[in-house]
Write a protein that binds this ligand. Structure first.
Ligand code: NAD
Length: 463
């Protein structure tokens, strides 16, 4: 890893948007020592006071929304509108986690003996190491920083080497409102990430790919650190019967194309009943074709740039595999030309029809603006197709049939389930996946307490 890291604009890859000093691996012990010192101070701050200080930090993030959104659009490529929404959502989720942390603490428990009062006490876990990917440069870091701090921990965050600048704004704002050393950001690639995982911290929380997740879990196991993983997805929506085709198409295309499809919760497979497939695919293709691809800073951009060259090549390779395997390309299928950004990494919104479940485009996470339509005969087949994946992050069903809706809720392999809308989650609801999409506590919601705190059984004999 070079001493200085350059961050590039994916809409104009020759443009350097930031030059940042990389963190030498041998500085990690000192960084961990500072974090432990900050933890010893913060853990003793009463929850009510902690909440007031955290609110000042969150208000500062909110007030900096324009600065943060611009840094996200420049380093990640998404439209400014989405970058602002991402920033505001990260604040909303953080507030929900702080409110939740206020309710978690000591619980009374029954005693087996007379004269003994039993309690179950939860305490902050310690110093948390966090590793995040490049697609949501503030939302994912804040999904780790907020619960860590709300439950009384310190945190060392390693953001993606491709999108570190938004996290550095967060570190600066934390430094203005919170004890020194409580939130530290380290800059580097996977080598630094692996070293952080091996730093004997109290917990490691990771969001990223399955392959790296396995390495993180192995390193955390070696150090006997608690671990929480949020991994990839191959999310499906089932379209069984529709009363409003336009509304469903807008919701599905939105969930598939937002962030140029570079979302772990992006809809990638659209599983459509045979009898409505023709008009549905036609309407979906028309909608996608009308989306404007361009620089994230332009007001009329719907789909921004693909963040890394490697990711763009992966999308191209998978799209080519779909063509070769005999899927019908309905729209898109190649890089998109953007007039004033000739070298930008753009990919046209793409829809494949007549995809079969064995094709690579139906099985592998594409992480790009690509929809694979798979047609089905009966609902059993639809459920089989949805569950025919190692992933289990999010899924959706469009139907007005109560029996099918309840079957879907019971049978689908998915941490998050949506009925008659896209896959955007609420800020206070549990966020996470089952099967290969996650391990351990979810990052948002009540289960986070299990990761960010430790449990203690207390027996207090008073008579
Ligand atoms: P990635 O797994 O390549 O990298 C994630 C982070 O881990 C980065 O900070 C990276 O530097 C670091 N890292 C790389 N190698 C490491 C190693 N050996 N040890 C420790 N850390 C290492 O992921 P990415 O390409 O940045 O992001 C895309 C992936 O993230 C997709 O698979 C996507 O589905 C997933 N993702 C999941 C969620 C979720 O909440 N489930 C959210 C966003 C992204």
């Amino acid at each position: 890893m070079p001493d200085t890291m350059k961050v590039f604009n994916p809409a104009a890859p020759d443009e350097v948007v930031a030059q940042i000093s990389a963190t030498p691996t041998d500085e990690l012990p000192e960084i961990a020592r500072r974090a432990r010192a900050a933890f010893e101070v913060w853990r003793k701050v009463p929850m009510g006071e902690r909440a007031v200080k955290l609110e000042a930090f969150l208000a500062a993030i909110q007030a900096s929304v324009d600065e943060i959104a611009l840094s996200i659009a420049l380093e990640q490529g998404k439209p400014l509108r989405e970058a602002r929404a991402e920033t505001m959502k990260s604040v909303a989720e953080a507030r929900a986690m702080v409110a939740h942390a206020m309710t978690v603490g000591t619980a009374a428990a029954a005693s087996a003996r007379p004269g003994v009062r039993n309690m179950i006490v939860r305490r902050p876990r310690g110093v948390i190491g966090a590793l995040t990917p490049w697609n949501f440069p503030i939302l994912t870091p804040m999904r780790k920083i907020a619960p860590a701090l709300a439950f009384g921990n310190a945190i060392i965050l390693k953001p993606s080497e491709f999108t570190p600048t938004a996290a550095l704004v967060i570190e600066r704002l934390a430094g203005q409102h919170l004890p020194d050393g409580l939130v530290q950001v380290v800059i580097g690639d996977g080598t630094l990430g692996q070293a952080l995982c091996r730093s004997d911290l109290a917990g490691i929380t990771f969001t990223g790919s399955v392959a790296v997740g396995r390495k993180v879990a192995a390193a955390a196991a070696e150090a006997l650190s608690e671990v929480s993983l949020e991994l990839g997805g191959k999310n499906a929506v089932v379209v069984n019967d529709l009363t409003d085709i336009k509304k469903a198409v807008a919701a599905i295309a939105g969930a598939a194309m937002q962030c140029a499809g570079q979302r772990c919760t992006a809809i990638s497979r659209v599983v459509v009943a045979d009898d409505i497939a023709e008009p549905f695919v036609e309407a979906l293709a028309r909608h996608c074709q009308a989306l404007k691809v361009g620089d994230g800073r332009a007001d009329d951009t719907d789909i921004g740039a693909i963040t890394t060259e490697g990711q763009l090549r992966k999308i191209e390779e998978l799209v080519a595999s779909g063509r070769d395997a005999g899927a019908r390309l309905v729209v898109g299928g190649q890089r998109a030309a953007v007039a004033d950004r000739p070298n930008g990494r753009f990919f046209a919104p793409t829809v494949f029809d007549r995809v079969t479940p064995d094709m690579r485009i139906a099985r592998e996470e594409i992480f790009g603006p690509v929809i694979s339509v798979i047609r089905y005969g009966d609902f059993d087949e639809a459920i089989r197709i949805v569950n025919d994946t190692p992933f289990g992050l999010t899924s959706a069903l469009f139907s007005n049939r109560n029996d099918l809706i309840n079957r879907f809720i019971d049978d689908v392999q998915s941490g998050m389930i949506h009925i008659n809308h896209g896959t955007t989650p609420d800020s206070h609801m549990p966020f996470g996946g089952v099967a290969d999409s996650g391990l351990g506590a979810y990052s948002v919601g009540a289960s986070a307490a299990a990761f960010y705190t430790t449990e203690h059984a207390v027996y207090n004999q008073y008579a």
